[in-house]
Write a protein that binds this ligand. Structure first.
Ligand code: AMP
Ligand code: ZN
Length: 498
């Protein structure tokens, strides 16, 4: 199947081809750095990361520009409330965003650019719009004349034919009911940061920022533009109007929008006060990889209902994957090959790739990999897995992880790097030596199923957390008797059969 995405502009799923060879020019609306990003924001950023990783997996070269909105109504309001100059105020949240991005395994875009570093080209674009009759001045501010751009509404599919010419809206965010000529440049206001420019003293509106940063680095027509679904109107509709009115060319060919992360049926947002930041969840003890997994697990065009229970399940799913990987790399198997299993491994790799080709169906891609885990574990437990089968399974798993990026356990090191580990884990005891320890040779042992082993391992971890070492050791011995070897790393436990 060819690679295809749902394009908001056409309202259909379309085959994707970049404009030029294998080069994908992609612009993503980044965070407004007025506070810590919440995990709803990160749902969209994780989707964009899966998108870029899958494009690369399919052999494309990705040139992604992400902006940082460091001047808009919200950043100004918050910096004023904090009594800190805008640039210093936003710098703190840019740093936090970079840390969060790294914690969640989001690859850095080729360029991460600040709006306030692009004031001059914004002024030039507004001047072009004035020259072409698409913008006008009023009381020192500049507005886009919606009436003159006949395609207005083509992205959001809203009918704006009755819009009143000359009526204006000055805020960055507004509803369709308030749609009118929108602001490109805001005249300086007492106490607000401003720039002295050819347009006079003032600051840019939010929408012009993205048009300019996209076209500056990626050219007049880009391949993919994306963001959360709340950006369709007015932000992206206005970006199209500004850019296409100025250049006369299509601005973005594919528009991809992620549905919202919701809590109890409502959108997670700062204004509703129902949000978690990444750091909130880390403080509750959830590892960043589990959060990444949960955010990636629901296909991006479906709303994602967030719960701590879902996060716990994500954590268990990752455990299962890592444990399978551990068995694949360390358990002993008889020599030889099992052609049936090899075919399954290859089919699994094929299946997850195709699921992602199909408008990034992550749920199906996860299903494909867990089928593989189940088949592999079953074959291992039945003594049918052969030494020569390792490579095919490892290949499938590692390919899958080029996109999902949860297999490596780097959580602890990263948390430490950013000073987010409160204390060392209570038990730092590497039990690799147990492997050689002899005890429990497995003769006459009971065979425990995978689920039972997982249950005992988690009971033992629980006991160790409560410093009930007697019970923990008892479980370890019990497992050893059943031919299951444990290995404790800093904050996790792996198991395999002897
Ligand atoms: P902002 O920092 O508000 O500019 O938003 C950054 C990104 O997060 C944008 O692409 C938004 O569309 C997206 N976003 C905001 N809230 C949510 C949510 N609850 N679920 C998913 N994406 C969201
Ligand atoms: Zn934007």
């Amino acid at each position: 199947m060819a690679l295809q995405f749902h394009n908001t502009l056409s309202g259909r799923v379309e085959e994707f081809q970049p404009l030029e060879d294998l080069k994908v020019r992609m612009y993503t609306c980044g965070p407004t750095v007025y506070d810590f990003a919440h995990i709803g924001n990160f749902r969209t950023f994780v989707f964009q990361d899966i998108l870029r990783r899958h494009l690369k997996y399919r052999g494309y070269q990705v040139n992604q520009v992400m902006n940082l909105t460091d001047v808009d109504d919200r950043t100004i309001a918050n910096s004023q409330a904090a009594g800190v100059p805008l640039r210093d105020y936003t710098a703190k949240f840019i740093e936090a965003f970079q840390a969060d991005r790294d914690l969640l395994g989001l690859d850095p875009p080729e360029r991460l650019v600040r709006a306030t570093d692009h004031i001059e080209p914004m002024v030039r674009l507004i001047e072009t719009l004035v020259q072409k009759g698409f913008a006008y001045e009023s009381d020192g501010s500049y507005y886009f004349r919606v009436k003159n751009f006949s395609d207005y509404g083509k992205l959001s599919k809203i009918d704006f034919s009755g819009i009143k010419d000359g009526a204006r809206v000055d805020t960055d965010k507004y509803d369709k009911a308030d749609a009118r000529d929108f602001v490109l440049w805001k005249a300086a206001k007492e106490g607000e940061p401003c720039w002295e420019t050819a347009l006079g003293s003032g600051r840019p509106g939010w929408h012009i920022e993205c048009s300019v940063m996209a076209m500056t680095y990626l050219g007049e027509t880009i391949d993919i533009h994306s963001g959360g679904s709340d950006l369709v109107f007015p932000h992206h509709e206005n970006e199209i109007a500004q850019s296409e009115a100025a250049t006369g060319k299509p601005f973005a060919r594919f528009w991809l929008h992620a549905e919202h992360l919701i809590v109890n049926g409502g959108k997670m947002s700062k204004s509703l006060g129902n949000f978690y930041t990444l750091r909130d969840l880390i403080a509750l003890g959830y590892p960043p990889t589990a959060i990444r997994y949960l955010l990636a697990s629901v296909p991006y065009r479906k709303p994602l209902n967030f719960s701590l229970e879902g996060l716990q399940q994500a954590r268990q799913a990752i455990e299962r994957l890592r444990n399978f990987h551990y068995r694949l790399t360390t358990q002993k198997f008889p020599a030889g090959q099992n052609s049936d299993l090899q075919a399954k491994a290859r089919a699994g790799a094929e299946a997850f790739g195709q699921a992602l080709d199909d408008n990034l169906n992550t749920a199906e891609a996860l299903g494909a990999i867990f089928n593989l885990v189940r088949d592999g574990n079953t074959a291992m437990d039945a003594g049918e897995f052969r030494d020569g089968d390792r490579a095919a399974f490892l290949d499938a798993l590692e390919r899958w992880d080029m996109i999902f990026a949860v297999l490596d356990d780097r959580d602890y090191d990263k948390l430490k790097k950013y000073g987010l580990v409160k204390e060392e884990p209570s038990v730092v005891r590497l039990e690799a030596d147990l492997r050689e320890a002899g005890g429990g040779n497995g003769a006459g042992r009971v065979t425990l199923g995978e689920q039972e082993i997982e249950r005992l391992v988690s009971e033992r971890n629980h006991a160790r957390q409560n410093r009930n070492f007697a019970r923990a050791d008892q479980i370890r011995d019990e497992l050893l008797d059943a031919g299951v070897i444990l290995e404790d790393t800093r904050n996790e436990t792996r198991w395999k059969r002897k």
